[in-house]
Design a protein around this ligand. Structure first.
Ligand SMILES: Cc1ncc(COP(=O)(O)O)c(C=O)c1O
Length: 377
């Protein structure tokens, strides 16, 4: 048997990792400014994370949601505190797509409606309804096509008003990333998010904040959507939540009432996944990682902006998009092979920085040095 070849792979085999660094099989050291796609939140192999997971594995790795699992409550308590959402309810699942599927389902249960409003350039996952709400027809199979999803332009309040005036009574939910990640690091404006909030209130629709890439402290606030000063009805998280251990969450506002059997999963919220997420939350709190993310993000962005020939540098905190000129298309490759720095990409020519929230000043300086070298060569 061989692997189903769906990933364009970097020609590097990573064998080991620590903090913001990874090593390949030959022992070469790389700075990880990609975090395995915004997943490594507290740093690779953080000692507290390794300890908590190892201890949990020694006690019990798995039991299903048919019994009381106290660690789920410990996790819910700390997440409510560090996110400023103690009044929310948490449903635990396994991935970002699954979190969004459940959020959309919940909105439809709650409103009795079928239509979802999503935005151009959005990415919400690869499973049934969320891939339909993702603006990339290439990754949606014929079976995923549905007339339940309406797409509107991102950050266009006039179109939003028009869509609601025509179809407001049918709209179950609006789903929006606070900062579009896969789409190239584009932030929703404060007034756009406020408009979504007020239209959802006026028409009885559910506002779903997809915080899977832009959330979990990466921008300096727990949810980047909260920079707008409004609160969503549902938030979704995954990526940074388990620092690499698969776990997702649906953060459900107080107006939703659960009933037994409404949502469910075999693996979601298992003790090992909760131990991983608990360790992440504890480290985030103890090491003030949201503050660090905000400070390191500004430090990097300010210094990158001194290179005035770069058309645009976007983002917040440690979610940064560097919009390169066309003649610098090979920069990411150079950074990897010559500078030994991992970065992410977005179309057409954006370098995405999504490092650990624990990135240090020295590591940021190392990145800047390698970036400038690669840019000049
Ligand atoms: C904003 C956003 N939503 C949802 C997802 C899907 O998450 P997962 O790959 O864990 O299913 C992603 C993944 O990149 C994402 O960036």
């Amino acid at each position: 048997m061989k692997l189903f070849d769906v990933y364009p792979l970097q020609p590097v085999t990573i064998a080991q990792a620590k903090g913001a660094w990874v090593w390949d099989e030959q022992g070469n050291k790389y700075l990880d400014m990609y975090g395995g796609h915004a997943v490594i939140s507290v740093g690779h192999t953080h000692p507290h994370y390794v300890k908590r997971l190892t201890e949990q594995l020694g006690k019990i790795g798995f039991y299903s949601n048919s019994v009381h699992l106290g660690i789920q409550e410990d996790l819910t308590e700390i997440l409510g505190r560090i996110s400023g959402k103690p009044h929310f309810q948490l449903f635990l699942c396994n991935s970002g797509a699954e979190a969004n599927e459940n959020a959309l389902k919940l909105a439809s249960f709650h409103t009795g409606r079928k239509k979802i409003l999503a935005f151009r350039n959005a990415f919400h996952g690869r499973t049934s309804l969320v891939v339909a709400a993702t603006d990339n027809p290439k990754i949606a199979a014929p079976v995923n096509q549905t007339d339940h999803v309406i797409f509107a332009p991102f950050n266009d309040e006039a179109v939003l008003d028009a869509v609601f005036s025509e179809q407001g009574e049918e709209i179950a939910a609006v789903i929006v990333e606070g900062i579009q990640g896969v789409g190239g690091i584009h932030e929703a404006s404060v007034s756009f998010l406020k408009k979504i909030r007020s239209l959802c209130d006026a028409w009885g629709a559910v506002y779903i904040a997809d915080g899977i890439q832009c959330g979990y402290g990466r921008t300096g606030k727990f949810f980047s959507h909260d920079y707008s000063g409004t609160e969503a009805d549902i938030y979704t998280t995954a990526k940074g939540m388990g620092n690499g251990f698969p776990i997702g969450g649906v953060w459900i506002g107080p107006k939703f009432t659960p009933w037994h059997g409404m949502l469910g999963t075999t693996f979601g919220g298992n003790p090992l996944a909760c131990a991983a997420a608990l360790a992440v939350a504890e480290v985030m709190e103890a090491e003030s990682l949201m503050t660090n993310s905000s400070e390191m993000g500004s430090y990097l962005t300010d210094r990158l902006k001194t290179r005035t020939e770069i058309p645009e540098i976007r983002g917040r905190g440690l979610m940064i998009g560097i919009d390169l000129p066309a003649d610098k298309a090979g920069l990411r490759k150079k950074l990897l092979h010559e500078g030994r720095v991992f970065t992410g990409e977005a179309k057409p020519n954006v370098v995405r920085l999504l490092p650990s929230l624990a990135l240090t000043r020295a590591e940021a300086d190392h990145f800047l040095e390698k970036f400038h070298e690669a840019y000049q060569s």
